[in-house]
Design a protein around this ligand. Structure first.
Ligand code: NAD
Length: 513
């Protein structure tokens, strides 16, 4: 099978056709490890977004996908998952080059987990149970239908391009919707390959459309388009606010997976070595460009010096390198702009008197000078109010702070605007359960920080957004519930009618509930 993953020039994928943007514009796609251009994609705009939405809307209306049986939809999605599995190596190579991911991670996490997610949703497409049919009012039968929503606009970030596309597109398709996907401008390649594989799997034309282009144009046009019924965004909290405003005009459903500043709480009774390894993995996975990244590490005072020493020692051993090298553990940031943003945070922290315990600079290795690399960094701020503690940095920077007792741990963990994920490290089952209940986050890990499973939900609280990815909860997000209530009697006048009923007899009135 010749794969489009090997192409270096891509159009927009609209109504089952590859086409150029109306404006004729093109955008370069770069390798963040070298700064070199590796491909070129069409630079779509509002007119292209409109064409894609119209194609998706027509496909939805004629039922070519929306009215297929769950089993038929499942078959196509299963074939898609298998095609992804068959294309794992080129997908991993493309993802690694485009997003700067260490190749080992791209293979073993990004692609392998995306295949697993796709298989899960292929199976889940057949399970659309609702409450059973019943007579809740005498003489009437109630049934619940779970129906697709219509055209879903999916707007994805650059940190896990294929995986985020799969989290958005697969549950929406499983539910019978049509999808217009807008990948992040920096990382459009694997989303375009996904569209090609979906076509090969037998997905009808128009059901999945992919429009590459700037968020402020393509994304904004999708968020306000009258034919779009739902917008699903994974991105920055500020983008989430913009999309809420744009979607308000036509009261669209929203699914927002936004920023975070995950707490990582270590009690003195924890396995400190496991906690130190967990913090290194949790904070520096994907060069810290992870929405659940362990960026606020709190350790109980008694264990603080020992834990921080072990943490700093482990951070010093992280292999920062070129993504194609299988030994590399941390690759570059997505762009020079993102590195400047991270450097800005560290420079301001330095000026505030924050101690830098590790990193805080670019790597010296001459082989890494052309890319947007930054060393894994550990900051020790003076307190909870520091900018580096409160704001999402989205880079390889973690903060360590001490605390005393469970009450303070909860207060510190919850003292940010975000609430996507958190972890608690302790050998006390009772404390772990109390902390899991008290922390405001969509996921709380106990003695772990990053593990996720296709069967379990992922999604935020507070300003980390709302709506769940993965699991049956995601399928619920992309479907809507309809109540169908049917008369069972064929009587012209029901006993409870108080209009047109001379008898006016007693009886339970639906209006009275
Ligand atoms: P971003 O918000 O800049 O971009 C996300 C997407 O939105 C991109 O496709 C972008 O083009 C588009 N966009 C930008 N402005 C838009 C607008 N006005 N209207 C419509 N679309 C617009 O985010 P990013 O920098 O790509 O990703 C990093 C952010 O994503 C971080 O804040 C991170 O925490 C968050 N994130 C969250 C999760 C999660 O599950 N909660 C997962 C991954 C990333």
């Amino acid at each position: 099978m010749s794969l489009i993953a090997d192409q270096t020039s891509f159009g927009l994928y609209i109504d089952g056709q590859w086409r150029e943007a109306r404006s004729g514009g093109r955008m370069p796609v770069r390798d963040p490890a070298t700064g070199q251009e590796i491909a070129e994609v069409a630079q779509g705009g509002a007119e292209d977004a409109d064409a894609a939405v119209r194609a998706a809307s027509a496909a939805f209306a004629d039922g070519r996908w929306s009215r297929r049986t769950p089993g038929e939809r499942s078959d196509v999605l299963w074939r898609l998952a298998e095609l992804m599995a068959g294309a794992a190596e080129p997908l991993a190579r493309t993802e690694s080059r485009n997003a700067g991911k260490p190749i080992r991670m791209a293979r073993d996490f990004d692609v392998a987990f995306s295949v697993d997610n796709a298989r899960f949703f292929a199976g889940a497409a057949r399970i659309q149970h609702t409450v059973g049919q019943a007579e809740y009012l005498s003489g009437y039968q109630s049934t619940i239908r779970r129906e697709p929503i219509g055209v879903v606009a999916s707007i994805a970030p650059w940190n896990y391009p294929l995986n985020m596309a799969v989290w958005k597109v697969l549950p929406a398709l499983a539910g019978g919707n049509s999808v217009v996907l807008k990948p992040a401008s920096a990382t459009p390649l694997t989303a375009l390959v996904l569209a090609d594989l979906a076509e090969r799997a037998g997905l009808p034309a128009g059901v999945l459309d992919v429009v590459t282009g700037p968020g402020a144009e393509v994304g904004a046009a999708l968020a306000s388009h009258p034919l779009v019924r739902m917008v699903s965004l994974t991105g920055d909290t500020a983008t989430g606010r913009e999309i809420m405003r744009a979607a308000a005009g036509t009261v669209k459903r929203l699914h927002l997976e936004l920023g975070c500043k995950a707490p990582f709480v270590v009690f003195a009774d924890a396995n400190l070595d496991a906690a130190a390894h967990g913090a290194v993995m949790g904070a520096f996975i994907n060069a810290g460009q992870d929405c659940t990244a362990a960026t606020r590490v709190y350790c109980e005072r008694g264990a603080y010096p020992e834990f921080v020493a072990r943490l700093v020692e482990l951070v010093g051993r992280i292999r920062v390198g070129l993504p194609a090298d299988p030994r590399t553990e941390v690759g570059p940031l997505i762009s020079m702009r993102q590195r400047e943003r991270v450097e800005g945070f560290v420079a301001r922290a330095r000026a505030e008197g924050v101690r830098i315990l590790a990193g805080g600079a670019r790597p010296a290795d001459p082989a890494l000078q052309a890319g947007s690399f930054y060393l894994p960094t550990v900051l020790e701020p003076r307190g909870q109010d520091a900018e580096a503690v409160q704001q999402e940095i989205f880079g390889p920077v973690l903060c360590v702070l001490p605390f005393s007792g469970e009450q303070e741990a909860v207060a510190l963990a919850n003292d940010v605007d975000f609430g996507l994920a958190a972890s608690v490290w302790t050998r006390s089952h009772f404390r772990a359960q109390r902390m899991a209940a008290a922390i405001e986050a969509g996921t709380v890990w106990v003695n772990e920080h990053v593990a996720i499973a296709s069967e379990m939900p992922h999604g935020g609280m507070k300003q980390s957004g709302f709506g769940k990815d993965m699991s049956m909860y995601a399928l619920e997000e992309y479907t809507q519930v309809k109540h169908v209530m049917s008369d069972l009697t064929d009587d012209a006048v029901k006993p409870w009618y108080f209009i047109g009923n001379d008898q006016g007899g007693p009886g339970r009135s639906p209006a009275a509930g």
